[in-house]
Design a protein around this ligand. Structure first.
Ligand code: GLU
Length: 430
C-alpha cells in the first residue's frame, strides 16, 4: 500500500480565517491517523493578489496550533521547493508538453487547455460520493498566464503529482475545479489523487461565513486570549463528529465534547465528516475556551495570564495566585483577566452605603489581627453574630465600601488586599 500524503496549498493572498484553518486541521489529522505525511505548499502564482508576510503568518498559525508539517517551507522566506514561484520553470515544461500533444494551445501570450467536448468527468468523492461533470459545460481554460506563471489549475496538478499527494482534502468551493484537474492529470498521463471536498462553514444565518460571524484568523483569536486546545477542539467539531462509542463516554450519560489533539488523531476519520454545511457558533468556541482555561493547572494559567495582562505582571506571585483562583471560573478568554481583576487594583463606581454602616465595617476590619482568609471569615462572622447584624447587609456594606463593584465571595476578596489597603478604601468611602 502506498503512503498517505496530504497537503494544504494556501495562497498567500491574505491570512486565512478560522474556517479555512479547519481544512488544515482535517488534513493534518488524516495524515497522522494514517501514519502519513502532511505537506505544506505555497501557491503564490497569482502575483497581483500577494500579500506581503502572509506566508509566514500561515506558518505561524500552524505552529501556534501545534499542527507541524513534515515537508514544506520554513518561516522567514528562504528558498523552498515547496513554494510555487520558486519552481516556476517546471510548469512551463508541462504546458509545452501539452501543446506538443495537441492538448493545449497558445492564445494571446497565454496557454489554454483544450477541453474535449462530449465527455463526462467523474470521481468518487471521499465525502460526497460520486460527482460528475459534463465537459460540454467547461470552456477551454488558461493554464499558463502571459506573465510566465502557471494558473492554479496547472500548478496544483503538477505539484500534487510531483509531490505524490495521495488524498486531496479541500473546501467545497473547489469542486468545480476538480474536473479541470482530472483533465490535466489525464492529459499528462498521471494518476489523480483521491479527492474529498469539505462542506463550507456557514454563519448562524446560513450565509457564507464572514467577518461579522467571527470569521477571523486563528492569530486574531490567539491575540484575544483563546487557547490552541480550544480552537482545535472547536474546529474539529465543525462538520465532523466523534464516533458514538467515543462520544457517549464510559458512563454513557453525557456526551463527550472535549477532545485533545492526541485523542482526535486516534479517532479521526473521513467517513464521519458531514455532508451538510457546519454552522459557525462563536458561543461554542467561548464555551470550549472557558473549559480549557478551567482545566489548566494554576501555574500554566498564571504564565499565560502574564502574557496578556501588564497588570498581572506587576503583582507578586502570592497575590496573583489568589486573584486567579477567585476569577478563573468567570473568564472566557485570557484577556478577561483584566476585566475581572480590576477591583483589586482600583475601586469601582458604585455608591458607598450610609455612614453608620461604613463606620461599623471599619471597626469590624480593625478588629481583625491575623490578616488571612480564615481569620477574616471567622472574625467577621463573629462580628455579625455579636452585633446582631444581617449577614447579607453587612457583606454588602463591605463590598460597596471596599470594592464598589461586584466581587467574588467577599471574605476571599478582602484577603487579596492587605489590611491597610482595605482600611484605606473604607476611609475613602467615608
Ligand atoms: N491555492 C488554493 C487555495 O488557496 C488551493 C486549493 C486546493 O487545496 O487545491 O486554497
Amino acid at each position: 500500500m502506498s503512503q498517505v500524503r496530504v497537503r494544504i496549498a494556501p495562497s498567500p493572498t491574505g491570512i486565512p480565517h478560522i474556517g479555512n484553518t479547519r481544512t488544515v486541521l482535517f488534513n493534518w489529522l488524516y495524515a497522522r491517523k494514517n501514519n502519513g505525511k502532511f505537506v505544506v505548499r505555497i501557491e503564490d502564482t497569482d502575483r497581483k493578489r500577494q500579500v506581503a508576510g502572509a506566508q509566514d503568518k500561515i506558518l505561524e498559525i500552524l505552529e501556534f496550533l501545534g499542527l507541524l508539517w513534515d515537508e514544506g517551507p520554513e518561516k522567514g522566506g528562504n528558498f523552498s521547493p515547496y513554494v510555487q514561484s520558486e519552481r516556476k520553470e517546471l510548469y512551463k515544461k508541462y504546458a509545452d508538453e501539452l501543446i506538443e500533444k495537441g492538448l493545449a494551445y497558445e492564445d494571446e501570450g497565454a496557454i489554454r487547455f483544450k477541453v474535449e467536448k462530449g465527455k463526462t468527468w467523474s470521481w468518487q468523492d471521499l465525502i460526497h460520493g460520486e460527482i460528475s461533470f459534463k465537459s460540454d459545460v467547461i470552456e477551454d481554460f488558461v493554464i499558463m498566464k502571459s506573465d510566465g506563471f502557471p494558473t492554479y489549475h496547472l500548478g496544483v496538478v503538477v505539484d500534487d503529482h510531483l509531490m505524490e499527494i495521495s488524498d486531496v482534502l479541500r473546501g467545497d468551493e473547489w469542486i468545480s475545479s476538480t474536473p479541470k484537474h482530472l483533465m490535466i492529470f489525464d492529459a499528462l498521463g498521471w494518476k489523480p489523487p483521491k479527492f474529498g471536498h469539505l462542506p463550507v462553514i456557514v454563519g448562524p444565518d446560513k450565509s457564507k461565513l464572514s467577518k461579522r460571524h467571527g470569521a477571523k484568523s486563528v492569530l486574531d483569536y490567539r491575540d484575544e486570549g483563546y487557547l490552541p486546545e480550544a480552537l482545535i477542539n472547536f474546529m474539529a467539531l465543525l462538520g465532523w463528529s466523534a464516533p458514538p462509542e467515543v462520544a457517549r463516554g464510559k458512563t454513557g450519560d453525557k456526551e463527550k465534547e472535549l477532545f485533545s489533539l492526541q485523542e482526535l488523531t486516534e479517532i479521526f476519520s473521513i467517513d464521519r465528516i458531514n455532508t451538510t454545511n457546519p454552522v459557525f457558533n462563536l458561543e461554542k468556541l467561548n464555551w470550549f475556551n472557558k473549559k480549557y482555561l478551567q482545566t489548566l493547572p494554576v501555574k500554566n494559567l498564571k504564565e499565560k495570564i502574564k502574557q496578556f495582562s501588564k497588570k498581572a505582571k506587576t503583582l507578586d506571585d502570592d497575590r496573583l495566585t489568589k486573584i486567579i483562583s477567585l476569577v478563573r471560573d468567570r473568564i472566557t478568554t485570557l484577556t478577561d483577566f483584566d476585566k475581572y481583576s480590576a477591583i483589586f487594583f482600583e475601586k469601582g463606581k458604585e455608591k458607598a452605603p450610609e455612614k453608620s454602616k461604613v463606620e461599623n465595617a471599619k471597626q469590624a476590619i480593625e478588629s481583625i489581627t491575623d490578616w488571612d482568609e480564615e481569620s477574616i471569615s471567622q472574625l467577621l462572622d463573629k462580628w455579625i453574630e455579636e452585633k446582631n447584624l444581617q449577614a447579607g447587609d453587612f457583606k454588602n456594606t463591605l463590598r460597596l465600601s471596599v470594592f464598589a463593584d461586584n466581587t467574588p465571595p467577599i471574605y476571599q476578596s478582602l484577603a487579596v488586599l492587605s489590611k491597610e489597603e482595605v482600611l484605606k478604601r473604607i476611609q475613602d468611602a467615608l
